[in-house]
Structure formats: structure tokens, C-alpha cells
Design a protein around this ligand. Sequence first.
Ligand code: SAM
Ligand code: SF4
Ligand code: SF4
Length: 337
Amino acid sequence: MESVTDTLGRPLRDLRISVTDRCNFRCAYCMPKEAFPKDFAFMQREKLLKFGEITSIVKAAVPMGLRKVRLTGGEPLLRKEIEWLIKGLRAIEGVEDIALTTNGSLLAKKAPLLADAGLDRVTVSLDSLDDATFRAMNDVNFAVERVLAGIEAALAAGLTPVKINMVVKRGVNDDHVVAMAKHFRGKPVILRFIEFMDVGTTNGWRLEDVVPAGEILKRVTAEVDLEPLQANYKGETALRYGYADGVGEIGFIASVTQPFCSACNRARLSADGHLYTCLFGTQGHDLRRLIREEDASVEQLTEALEGIWRMRADRYSEIRSDDTRDLPKVEMSYIGG
Ligand code: SAM
Ligand code: SF4
Ligand code: SF4
């Protein structure tokens, strides 16, 4: 099948699947405690897509050009027996890359199981090496050591290259970017600095809190020699730099100051089966209903996905303004980061 493209000529290559909207952390930029208190009504279990439903959707997207799948959430390692989903995805012909984004809290325990199931690699979120700052940022007093142990376990299990996501927020952890770059240099780890984004409606986003990638780069290059690297493929979100002495790589995800919508080839599937064609979407397409109520076959799902994708015109980050900021966007923990 010819690869289907959207109204801006972009194919679908990458699907991010949220397997749960729950999380054991309360990072203020994502699930602030005030908006997600202890008694918050998370999705009921029967609303979650079952593993077989997820694999049907992935199978349906492969003929359209899908090659990469990322499991996320919420915290994906809270979903029971996620290794069975990974096994199911691994068995799908055409899926070339299976990754998982995690806060790392359960990784030390689960890394070998995930690798055995066929996971290719992990991205671990880590916002500071300073224990007090890290505990404050996850807002559940979780020690940084335990995440570092998770990263080591992932490296030992071969879930490489391990990527580390650091969301940089002004006045909170921007002073820690150089220490992070120095710490991971020389390890098979790719550190990525992420600009604080205006996802959802609860994180109190302000442009003043965003540290532009250009500024982070300046701070890092003041102490470490870096050289720009070519993108690995069209649509890569990170701007890449290598350490001048050849040991390792860092990247910047500058979705606020240097948007990359023109090459955006990804979609997101919420834990309750709604497909979103943009991270800043306000409305999803209900695929669970097609599966559960209309008993849609994989072929019928492909048809539905093609119809959705052909209509896609999203370019939120390129047209971000005071007006778009107040749209009723869904939360990242629901749609999948
Ligand atoms: N719980 C997992 C984790 O933290 O890795 C997976 C889900 S989380 C929503 C996925 C990624 O989104 C994380 O790397 C997180 O740091 C990032 N993220 C969440 N809120 C963000 C925001 N407002 N701006 C930029 N990145 C954000
Ligand atoms: Fe949880 Fe990840 Fe969001 Fe932090 S960024 S609250 S770990 S889902
Ligand atoms: Fe893709 Fe939407 Fe992000 Fe633009 S704003 S890069 S279209 S997800």
C-alpha cells in the first residue's frame, strides 16, 4: 500500500500509546497535585484498551507506514503485565522499533523482563541529579538514586541506547543542566533537554518559565565542547549534538522555540482508545467504540485510520499564540507523552 499522507504531506510513522493515565509521581509540569489529588477519578479499568485491542490498532496502522511504537502514559510500568503487550507488539510484522518512556521508578525491577519480552529501548525521565531538587520535582519525595539504579538496570539489560529526558524549568532545575551533561558523558546514554511545554490546562504554563534550547546549549557549551550532528531521519524531533571528543551525544527538544510540526509523523492513542493526531489535540477519534461496538476488523480499522490521517492538518506548535493557549487541550498523562 502507498503510504497515506495528511493534508501537509506527512506520513504516519510513529504511534505513542498511553497504557494508563495513572502515575506514582506528581511532576508539577504534568500532573500537579492540586489537579490530580489522591482521590482523583482515573479511568476505570474496563475503559482501558485491552492488550489485544492495542495490537489490533497497531496492526491496522502498519500498512499505512507505521514503523515505531512507544509505550507511555501516565506511568506505563504501572500497567500490570505490560510485558505481554510488548510480546504482542513484537510479533507484528512491520513494527521495527518498540520503545517505552518511564519515570524509572520501577525500572530496576522490571528492565530484564521488558528486554526478554522484546522491548528495544527505554527513555527515562530525570529532571535533576540533585536529590532534593528531584524529590521536589516528582513531588512524591522519590529518591534520585532509585531512578539511577533503574537506568543502570536498563543499560545492563541492553535496552539501549537509553535516552534521558530532562524537562527544564526556569528557576527550578535550569542550574542543573551542565551537571547532567557531565554525568552522562561517556555512557551509552543520550541526554535530551526538553523545553517546558504548554500541554494540557493544569500545569500553569508561562512562557517565562521556558528555558529556550538555545540558552541551554550556551550554558552547556560554556563547559563542554559540542559539535552539531545530522538528524538520523526526517521527522526527528531532537536537535542533536555530539561531544567533541566523540564520547556520547545530547539533544534538545525545542518544541516551543523551534517547532517541528512540518515533519511531524506521529499520532497518539489514549489509554481509553482515542486517537489524537497532535499532542495539543482537543478531540480524539474513538477507536475503542469501533472495536467494541462495531466489531471492526483490522482491515476496517485501517480504513478508519486512513480517513482520519488524510484529514489531519495539525501544526499547533507552529501557530501557538495567546488564543491557542486557552483551548481545552487534553492532559499529557491521558494522551501519552
Ligand atoms: N511517566 C513517564 C515519564 O515521565 O517518563 C511517561 C509519561 S510522561 C507524560 C512522558 C514525557 O513527557 C516525560 O519525559 C515528561 O518529562 C514529559 N513531559 C510531561 N509534561 C511535560 C511538559 N509540560 N513539558 C515538556 N515535557 C513534559
Ligand atoms: Fe508521571 Fe511522567 Fe507525568 Fe511525571 S511526567 S507526572 S512521571 S506521567
Ligand atoms: Fe506534531 Fe502537534 Fe507537536 Fe506539531 S504540535 S509537532 S503537529 S504533535
